[in-house]
Ligand binder design. Structure first.
Ligand SMILES: [Zn+2]
Ligand SMILES: [Zn+2]
Ligand SMILES: [Zn+2]
Length: 362
């Protein structure tokens, strides 16, 4: 049976010719950044937000914790003592997943057992000397200083001959595997471009060749004109729940200007990014009136010596929470074996986040 026959048989089996409704019909959405699909089942959650919102008692953290290995002046697990740092502090990860001096040789047995030595550098960035703060509670100027450090580390690590990609990311909350509540992020610089940015670079390049324009510039403009998936916007950045979001409250933060990396952001641009980061993390904490766990990270130009005119600076926020501060979304079953799936539509999630943008802490 040919594909056409299969399709017509499908029609007899109950499908119809009605226009696809993104709020009614199960459908899949294409992620042009990765070339992958996500399944959306809006009929399973097509209702206003009625879920019980559980209050989670805010844990009162001290400004300094004598046993925290990231607090100023304390000894780290490897025995090194942190300086009495007063703003942002960067050090080499004591338990680095990657090492700069190791074999870079490859092995290949019958095209089945393939391995390659991977060189890299892992750094930790303490965002603040204060043990009790998060980005949401830091001032715009303090966050701008963090961005200055990120830009500088991106440049310096990327300038090393063997480093082709610099990934900056933050895991927040024990649910995301953060091993320490002290506000910190990580930088992993690698000899090869990791899977996710590699897929995105290929898609960005293919789009720019096909349309003679930039995928993310076009996408940001489209989202601004449609507004339904917008969360916040300022002069430099726009944040949306992307059309193809997998995680319930996923956010894509896009630079409005076509720039490829943090180092290309001028002072005003960095302040706008700081403001967006502060606002978004604040909104997240208000979704369930509790600290909102998530992984956040930037995708920037690879540092492999090519120009990469297709690269466009953006950040992804992947939070796992679904219905309350204690109910998370699990990627299991069909999602592991087939395609990721979501019930809450990106449009509903964006609407909820947008409402919270205009509300202070209750
Ligand atoms: Zn600490
Ligand atoms: Zn662009
Ligand atoms: Zn990306």
């Amino acid at each position: 049976m040919g594909l056409a026959q299969e399709a017509s048989r499908g029609l007899q089996d109950g499908s119809d010719h009605r226009m696809l409704s993104l709020t009614e019909h199960p459908h899949r959405r294409f992620n042009p950044l990765t070339g992958e699909w996500v399944l959306v089942s809006p009929h399973r959650m097509e209702r206003p937000w009625q879920g019980q919102v559980e209050e989670v008692a805010a844990e009162v953290k001290p400004q300094y914790h004598p046993e925290c290995y990231l607090c100023p002046g304390n000894a780290r697990a490897g025995g090194v003592r942190n300086p009495q740092y007063t703003s942002t502090f960067v050090f080499d990860n004591d338990f680095a997943a990657l090492l700069p001096h190791t074999s870079h040789q490859s092995r290949n047995e019958r095209d089945l057992l393939i391995a390659q030595g991977e060189l890299g550098i892992c750094e930790v960035v303490c965002l603040s000397p204060r043990h009790d703060l998060t980005l949401a509670q830091m001032s715009q100027d303090e966050i701008k200083h963090v961005i200055d450090i990120w830009a500088e580390r991106w440049q310096q690590l990327g300038a090393q001959d063997f480093i082709r990609y610099v990934q900056i990311f933050e895991n927040r909350g024990a649910m995301m595997g953060a091993s320490n509540p002290h506000p910190h992020c990580q930088i992993w610089a690698t000899a090869n471009i990791p899977n996710e940015p590699l897929k995105e670079q290929q898609q960005l390049l293919a789009y720019s060749q096909k349309h003679s324009s930039c995928l993310l510039c076009d996408y940001a403009a489209l989202e601004i004109s449609q507004h339904t998936r917008m969360v916040i916007e300022n002069d430099g950045f726009v944040a949306v729940v992307p059309f193809w979001a997998v995680w319930p409250f996923e956010i894509l933060l896009i630079s409005k200007a076509h720039i490829a990396d943090l180092a290309a952001l001028d002072g005003d641009g960095r302040l706008e990014l700081a403001s967006a980061l502060r606002q978004l993390t604040g909104i997240y904490d208000r979704v369930f009136d509790a600290p909102f766990p998530h992984t956040m990270g930037f995708h920037q130009r690879p540092t492999d010596g090519e120009r990469h005119l297709e690269s466009h600076l953006h950040a992804h926020f992947y939070p796992p929470l679904l219905r309350s501060a204690t109910v998370r979304k699990f990627m299991v079953g069909f999602e592991m074996l087939g395609t990721p799936q979501r019930d809450l539509t990106p449009e509903s999630a964006a609407e909820r986040l947008r409402t919270l943008a205009h509300r202070g802490h209750s």
